[in-house]
Design a binder for this molecule. Structure first.
Ligand code: 5AD
Length: 348
């Protein structure tokens, strides 16, 4: 096993059987070796600094109907909201005062008739805080829309591919969605000039070991700048409401494997990790993650952005929230890195 791990660290790739072996190994010393190698690579690249991204949940209105997601169109139990332009700007202002230099606008997928409204908000943020990075996480759109938003000032785009396996993709999504189109969007985003994030949910219903191997191979070949991976967590109003949650351990293992494969990638220890386990966020960081995404959304809309049950909302909207995070990171010898935190291949 050590040999496989060394080879992955050295060559940044591994044959499918090797990846499968890393996903199934059970010896605790082997596992500790994988995790500690990933941690070492992460520290060599980024030190013990953790980048912050301020998450602004723009809207829970969504035209899509992904079977796992709490804000899917057919969920009639969730009151729908959309922040106003002024609310978004207020979130950014508050975040900027706290020291945030990346804002992530995430929301359900809308039709193109509202793309210009989003572009106008991006322009406002870009003009008001020229030193900040703007990340979008707004789903699938035509290439022209991605270009419009990029011209308006967006720098990065998160679009998890969810699974590279065609059959599994069709079990998780409505028939109107295809993995082919999702991958097309990811290619467009890269070609447009965004720093791009892809990724999956760990333990999604019907997921298999082979599909995870396929996902890792896809990520190694696509080389995203960012990798968003979190455990699946059921949401009670969705068709998958009774499926079990994914595992924090397996998610951390994926962070470690991907850190060795893509040493420069920006990998958040995701909210879903913190939701499933009190030390989930720290375990992600100790396995090679180097980003945390605290929530800057207005408090009264947060409950409605319920992608899954009991979603943790790290209270970073206040100075106390940042203090709590600082203290949490300090327990493992880490600290907040207040810089923009672009991918090392990009200097702005
Ligand atoms: N559990 C965990 N993650 C989820 N997401 C959506 N629904 C769930 C869920 N039930 C993730 C998807 C999406 C991201 C914004 O949130 O991977 O890409």
């Amino acid at each position: 096993m050590k040999c496989l791990i060394d080879r992955l660290r050295q060559n940044h790739e591994l044959e499918p059987e090797g990846i499968r072996a890393l996903l199934t190994m059970r010896d605790s010393q082997d596992l500790e070796y994988l995790i500690s190698q990933a941690r070492e690579v992460s520290q060599r690249q980024f030190g013990r600094g953790i980048y912050l991204r301020g998450l602004i949940e723009l809207s829970n209105v969504c035209r899509n109907d992904c079977l796992y997601c709490g804000i899917r169109r057919s969920n009639g139990h969730v009151p729908r909201y959309t922040l106003t332009r002024d609310q978004v700007m207020a979130c950014c202002e508050q975040g900027y005062q706290l020291g945030f230099r990346t804002f992530v606008m995430q929301g359900g997928e809308w039709g193109e008739e509202r793309s210009q409204w989003i572009a106008d908000i991006i322009s406002d943020i870009r003009q008001t805080w020229p030193d900040c990075a703007i990340t979008l996480s707004l789903g699938e759109h035509p290439r022209e829309t991605y270009e419009l938003w990029h011209r308006a000032g967006a720098d990065r785009y998160l679009l998890r591919h969810e699974t590279h396996n065609e059959r599994l993709y069709s079990l998780l999504h409505p028939a109107s969605m295809t993995i082919v189109h999702r991958l097309q969007c990811l290619d467009w985003l890269k070609e447009t000039g965004y720093q791009v994030g892809a990724g999956i949910m760990v333990g999604a219903p019907f997921q298999t070991l082979s599909s995870i191997v396929e996902d890792i191979q896809y990520l190694i070949s696509f080389k995203p700048h960012m990798i968003g991976i979190g455990p699946f967590i059921p949401q009670h109003d969705t068709p998958f409401g009774r499926f079990p949650a994914g595992s924090v351990d397996m998610t951390a293992r994926l962070y470690a494997i991907l850190r060795l494969a893509l040493p420069q990638a920006l990998i958040p220890s995701t909210t879903a990790m913190a939701t499933l386990s009190p030390d989930g966020r720290l375990r992600g960081i100790l396995a090679g993650a180097n980003v945390v995404m605290p929530n800057l959304s207005p408090k009264d809309s947060r409950a409605f952005y319920a992608l899954y049950d009991n979603k943790a909302a790290l209270g970073a909207e206040s100075a106390q929230g940042i203090k709590a995070l600082t203290d949490e990171l300090a327990t493992i010898g880490y600290h907040i890195d207040w810089s923009r935190g672009d991918h090392p291949s990009r200097t702005v």
